[in-house]
Ligand binder design. Sequence first.
Ligand SMILES: [Zn+2]
Length: 95
Amino acid sequence: MRETAHKIATAEGKLSGGVPVRQCVGCRGRMEKRRLLRFVPTAQGGWMADSAARLPGRGAYLCSPQCIERLRKNKRYKTLSEALVATGAWPRRDD
Ligand SMILES: [Zn+2]
């Protein structure tokens, strides 16, 4: 990822120590990227867990299964929460 293009990278920037940080879409908490699980939208309108954090696209990050419940009130990620509830499992990270 290039960081020279724009100054607006602060929303998905890094801590001063150089640790990548992302925001959980459930609790809005910002934390180290490696502690979050990434999900990406599929062409079919669903979501898939990006357990290796390598899929392209605008992903959504979640920090814990508790945040699935929080997501249910979020219109933008309602389908993600429904998909996760239907799956009934918190995907394992694969790294
Ligand atoms: Zn969270």
